[in-house]
Structures are given as structure tokens and as C-alpha cells.
Ligand binder design. Structure first.
Ligand code: GUN
Length: 326
């Protein structure tokens, strides 16, 4: 049972040892790994189109004027363009009713030229996010937020897996971080990131997803701080996705642990007066103890975008094959 993990365990031990020699965690450079993935996807897309298939198309929908959402979607569109996926953004005013948004989603669901639909979250308060996520056709749901895709993931059936946890999984694989029998703590219990992350980490590999076989603990706002620290100190892998600056500190880290920071917080740099992005982890301190660590920005964020492209290509392939388009 343990044999299959020995190779990656050796790599992990030697990397941890190397990191310990310099007393600094190895940096998980999501930006460069995502660029490799994007190159690979671009090649796969060229091959798909060369067989006579149409160019996959992603439609993003933004409701309202949230600046961060506009920026995220613009990034996603640039990434699509770079790998050759056709894309467009539909911008709707904040006053759009739920019925109007549902009508647009219905039109996009029926449009054979659209392979993927992404409704950027959050939506305004008068719109029910769950109703919207469930309205996107399961096969075009490149976010993996539709209840059918969530259910498929929970039951280990093939479907579309949310981009952020899928990206974290790819990072762990890339660095041969052993998960088999290890303790993993997911901090946060969001439906779109933490919950699917916990499902992936605990997967047994029997059906659609490759095993990670970790022992998973989910901590959240009602986990007492002392308990959070205790769980984290016992963890070989910590994935934190809360949105709270400095939540994870050096004293909470087991030496050599892998720390994945999904948090994105915009803070003012008191020295320069400019704004910058930081995660939930006290990066400068934690990197002195951890074995591996993701930076913010440049860690998980670019992987989320790469996995969205992966999901769009996967969705397109399935639709083309089901409809015998090419
Ligand atoms: N808002 C923040 N992250 C995401 C994401 O991955 N997908 C969507 N649709 N909205 C988001």
C-alpha cells in the first residue's frame, strides 16, 4: 500500500531537506507552472481544431460594476486569447433582474457556438447565486459550480471540477507533495473552493479522480483559534482560503509542511502608500518553517485561470463528441 508513494516521498524528503538547509521553504511558482499548462492547452486546442472541430468558445457574464470582478474576467479573457479559445464578455448593469439573467443564461445554454459559460461571482444581492449557478447547463458549467457538477465531484464521477481546487491539486502533483496518508487542513468552508478542495484531498481514486488519500480536517470561523493552531501544527498540507490577512502564522506550521495560500487581500502598504495583494498567510515568517509555500500573487491565482481554460477545453470536447460535431 505504501510502495506507490515511496518515489514521491523520497523527492519530498530531499526537497524538504534542501529547503531546511537554507531555512527557507521552496517557492511554488504557480505563474510559471500555469504558463507551461497554457502552452500545453494551446497545443491540444490546435490539434482539436486541425481535426475539423470548431474553436471552443467561452462566454463570461458580469453583472454590476465590481472592479475586482472586471479585472479577474479581463485576465481570463486574455488567457483565452493566448491559448486560442474564442471568448467574449457580456456586461450587464447592476439593476439586471434575476429573470433577465436567467434568460441570458438560457440563450447561452442553447447556443451551439458557446462551449463554456461563466457568471462571475459575486452577483448583486437581489440575485440568488445558487439559482444562477444551477441554471448554467451542466456541460457548459466551466466553473464546476452547478449542483450536478458538485454532486459528481462528491460522488467521484467524471464532471467539471472547480478551477481553484483543481489548480491546487495540480500544484501539489507538480511538486510531488505526498498526500497519501498525510494530514491536510483546509481552512475555510466555501462551497466553491474549500469544500471541493477537501473532497479532492480525501479522494480514494476508485472512480473518476486520481487518489490523494489525505486525512482531511476542515477548519472555519467557529473553530476556536487555539484549535485552529493545533490542527494546523499537525498538518503536512495546509490550504487556506479565508480572506483574512495574517491568519496563518509561523507558530502554526509544522516544520517542512506545504502551505497553499488561496487568500487574496488588497492592503495598503504603509511605507509607500500604494495598494498591494497579500494572502492569508504571514508569508515572510511562514516561509522560514514550511517546506513549500505559494506566494500571493503568483501562486494559486494563475493556476485558477489555467484550470478554467482546461475546463473550457474539456467541456468543448464533450459537447463536440456528444453532438458528433467533428
Ligand atoms: N469569483 C471569484 N472567483 C470566481 C471564479 O472562479 N468563478 C466565478 N464565476 N466567479 C468568481
Amino acid at each position: 500500500m505504501w510502495r506507490r508513494s515511496i518515489g514521491s516521498l523520497m523527492v519530498s524528503i530531499s526537497r524538504t531537506y534542501a529547503a531546511k538547509e537554507s531555512n527557507m521553504a521552496q517557492l511554488i511558482d504557480g505563474k510559471s507552472i500555469s504558463q507551461e499548462i497554457r502552452k500545453q492547452l494551446s497545443q491540444e486546442l490546435k490539434e482539436l481544431v486541425a481535426t475539423g472541430c470548431p474553436v471552443p468558445h467561452l462566454t463570461a457574464v458580469i453583472v454590476g460594476d465590481d472592479e475586482a470582478s472586471k479585472k479577474y474576467v479581463a485576465n481570463k479573457m486574455v488567457a483565452c486569447q493566448e491559448v486560442g479559445i474564442s471568448s467574449e464578455t457580456k456586461r450587464l448593469p447592476a439593476s439586471t433582474t434575476q429573470e433577465e439573467l436567467l434568460q441570458l443564461i438560457d440563450d447561452l445554454n442553447k447556443d451551439p457556438l458557446v462551449s463554456g459559460i461563466l457568471v462571475q461571482l459575486p452577483v448583486p444581492d437581489h440575485i440568488n447565486e445558487r439559482t444562477i449557478c444551477n441554471a448554467v447547463h451542466v456541460e457548459k458549467d466551466v466553473d464546476g459550480f452547478n449542483e450536478q457538477n458538485v454532486g459528481r465531484l462528491a460522488l467521484d464521477m467524471d464532471g467539471i471540477i472547480p478551477a481553484t481546487p483543481l489548480g491546487v491539486k495540480r500544484l501539489l502533483e507538480h511538486f510531488n507533495i505526498e498526500t497519501f496518508g498525510r494530514n491536510a487542513v483546509v481552512v475555510g468552508r466555501s462551497k466553491n473552493v474549500s469544500l471541493p478542495m477537501a473532497i479532492l484531498l480525501s479522494s480514494d481514486g476508485k472512480y473518476a479522480t486520481k487518489a490523494m488519500d489525505a486525512t482531511v480536517t476542515i477548519c472555519h470561523r467557529h473553530t476556536p483559534p487555539k484549535e485552529l493552531a493545533r490542527y494546523c501544527r499537525n498538518a503536512d498540507i495546509i490550504v487556506v482560503a479565508v480572506g483574512k490577512v495574517g491568519l496563518i502564522t509561523k507558530d502554526m506550521i509544522k516544520p517542512g509542511a506545504c502551505v497553499i495560500d488561496v487568500g487574496i487581500n488588497r492592503i495598503k502598504d504603509e511605507k509607500t502608500g500604494t495598494f498591494k495583494l497579500v494572502g492569508d498567510v504571514d508569508f515572510d515568517e511562514v516561509r522560514q518553517v514550511a517546506g513549500h509555500i505559494t506566494p500571493v500573487p503568483g501562486g494559486v491565482g494563475p493556476m485558477t485561470v489555467a484550470m478554467l481554460l482546461h475546463n473550457t477545453l474539456k467541456a468543448a470536447r464533450k459537447q463536440f463528441s456528444d453532438r458528433k460535431t467533428c
